[in-house]
Design a protein around this ligand. Structure first.
Ligand code: AMP
Length: 578
């Protein structure tokens, strides 16, 4: 269903489309071990009363059986064509999610539908080139020979069309090189073809900001490589990247290359990099990337790089489990990006959050309430039944009868050292607010709840974009402001001294790059990487600690903070469950 009209008609009948979809899934999979265990229900009511709501850990055993070669219908009737490795963020642990041909084709249809909305909204996007900041990581096979890899890697390798407009040759993207060399090549190839670039794209906003940080340090080498038509910078060592570059450069004559390198040098030598993207890519008409959730932090940087003339569009809401929603209004302001669920792709249920749900009820899409937050529970064709994705969303409105969701936060990404709770969105809001107030550009941040210290306390890590004009006093003030901005659940415990002063640690430039490299080493695709906002893995903590340059402790917590507290962030979740 790639037609907008057909999709919107399906949305109007969202409730019945969902019921039919569920009936189809239950019929097809009635004889699987999993559904049989729960009496193979055939109606939505029986399904909801007999089959439990589960998390990954509850079905990990079944997934392991399939991975080890059990060919009986363990979870679903259709064969598993591969597993997607999801980028387990805060704990650094991965999940492997079963994929069937049917849910792969559902994903493809969702991507086509999303492209149709984008084409309608930005008709000026034509046949130009795309600077696509994508990466492939190594795939491997389970004991039984089933392929395991990141969803982006699978899509790039199996749908050649996906990358046909990219400025970076396909051979480079699939070369298996390290992400930094490939980022250099993405920039190099994009800049060689800068006059043809129409669209700049990445999965997550972080990738564009990180690539521009690399451009800030490497642009002189890139210009030399363009000028000479060779990789004399020595920055690219991987043989497959070198070969693909040698082929690409044959299409560009020396005069044009020299002219291009001079123009890029002039642009990159500017003191301010505001609007740099439209200067470097003068025909670019759109930047598209995920700007919601953990990526909201990068929006100011991205806007600054894009400048006023180049629009940015918020990308869809995907996970390894499937397409959770698409942006049907790609021109909406970035702070207002919401996702329309696709009633014909997977079955959705919505679990009200703990405190609001004493009776443990769970709602169908048409029953949810605008303004309320819910945890997403899905059922798909690939053997996930009433499965908690781990995300919390807020219903923002209805679109032809189906809910539109604003991403709120990852359920498990919370700081909690004494039974209080600060979720990733509250943390992000506080960091953004405090740094903005102080006029400090925080390139990236994360946090750690140190519950082994006595008393326990929070540690916030900041990597600064620029150090000029930032002194100890200002950072000390930021540290105390962060400490005083969290919800009363936290502040009360600080006043009772069961939580100690907050520590703000400034890390050296490049520390967050190393954090990403650590995740990539553990199998996360750079394309899908999201900086964990709350770190729990000891190894990641080690990386952060190794970058420590200065640290500050918050001052005493005045009682007045508790009395005057109010949730200052309308989109935030600061008041919840405090
Ligand atoms: P992965 O399983 O590695 O593909 O990661 C999927 C997770 O990334 C989702 O469950 C969300 O937590 C996050 N995510 C994906 N798309 C978006 C989006 N548009 N906005 C916010 N978070 C997103």
């Amino acid at each position: 269903m790639a037609s907008i009209g057909e999709f919107e008609r399906a949305c109007e009948n969202g409730a019945s489309v969902q019921e039919e979809l569920l009936a189809g899934i239950l019929r097809k999979n009635a004889s699987t071990d999993y559904l049989q265990k729960f009496g193979s229900p055939q109606t939505p009511a029986a399904y909801k009363s007999q089959v439990p709501i589960v998390s990954y850990e509850d079905v990990a055993g079944e997934i392991e059986r399939i991975a080890s070669g059990d060919e009986s219908p363990v979870l679903c009737q259709d064969p598993i064509i591969c597993f997607f490795a999801s980028s387990g963020t805060s704990s650094g642990k991965h999940k492997i999610i079963p994929v069937t041909a049917e849910n792969m084709s559902a994903t493809t249809r969702a991507i086509e539908l999303s492209s149709a909305y984008k084409a309608r909204c930005f008709p000026e996007l034509g046949s130009g080139r795309v600077l696509g900041l994508y990466y492939c990581i190594d795939q491997f096979h389970t004991k039984a020979g089933i392929l395991v890899g990141a969803g982006t890697t699978y899509t790039i390798k199996n749908y050649r069309n996906f990358s046909s407009k990219f400025t970076t040759p396909y051979e480079m993207i699939v070369s298996g090189s390290n992400w930094r060399e490939l980022t250099y090549c993405h920039l190099l190839c994009g800049l060689i073809q800068r006059d043809a670039v129409e669209h700049i794209e990445s999965m997550f906003a972080y990738t564009i900001c990180e690539s521009l940080r690399i451009l800030e340090s490497d642009w002189e080498e890139i210009c030399n490589d363009i000028r000479t038509g060779s990789l004399i910078s020595g920055k690219v060592t991987h043989a497959k990247l070198q070969e693909a570059f040698a082929r690409l450069i044959l299409d560009y004559n020396e005069l044009d290359r020299v002219r291009n390198a001079e123009a890029i040098t002039k642009i990159c030598s500017r003191k301010s990099w505001s609007g740099i993207l439209s200067l470097l890519f003068p025909r670019a008409k759109l930047v598209s990337t995920v700007v919601t959730g953990g990526m909201a932090h990068f929006v100011p940087q991205l806007r600054d790089y894009a400048g006023v003339k180049l629009p940015i569009s918020g990308k869809d809401y995907y996970s390894s489990e499937g397409v959770l929603g698409i942006n049907t209004n790609p021109a909406s302001p970035l702070e207002e990006v919401v996702f329309t669920i696709l009633p014909h792709i997977m079955y959705h249920e919505f679990l009200p959050l703990g405190a609001n749900n004493p009776a443990g009820e769970i709602l169908a899409p048409h029953e949810v309430v605008v303004g309320q937050e819910y945890e997403i529970v899905i059922t798909n064709f690939a053997g996930l039944y009433r499965y908690r994705v781990g995300d919390v969303v807020k219903v923002s409105s209805f679109f032809h009868g189906v809910p539109q969701l604003a991403f709120s936060h990852r359920k498990n990404a919370v700081l909690s050292v004494q039974n209080e709770m600060v979720d990733e969105q509250e943390l992000q809001n506080v960091v953004m607010e405090v740094s903005k107030e102080a006029g400090i550009e925080v390139a990236n941040f994360t946090a750690y709840g140190n519950s082994t210290a006595v008393p326990a306390h929070y540690v916030i890590f900041w990597e600064l974009k620029r150090r000029e004009g930032i002194n100890r006093e200002l950072l000390e003030r930021c540290c105390s402001s962060i400490d005083r901005s969290f919800n009363p659940g936290y502040t009360g415990k600080r006043l009772d001294e069961v939580i100690d002063s907050l520590e703000l640690v400034i890390v050296k430039e490049g520390t967050f790059e190393r954090l990403m490299e650590e995740a990539v080493r553990n199998g996360t695709s750079p394309a899908q990487y999201k900086t964990p906002r709350c770190v729990t893995s000891p190894r990641m903590l080690e990386v952060l600690e190794s970058g420590r340059v200065q640290s500050y402790k918050s001052g005493e917590m005045p009682r007045s903070v508790l009395e005057s507290w109010e949730p200052s962030f309308p989109q935030g979740s600061a008041s919840r469950d405090a």
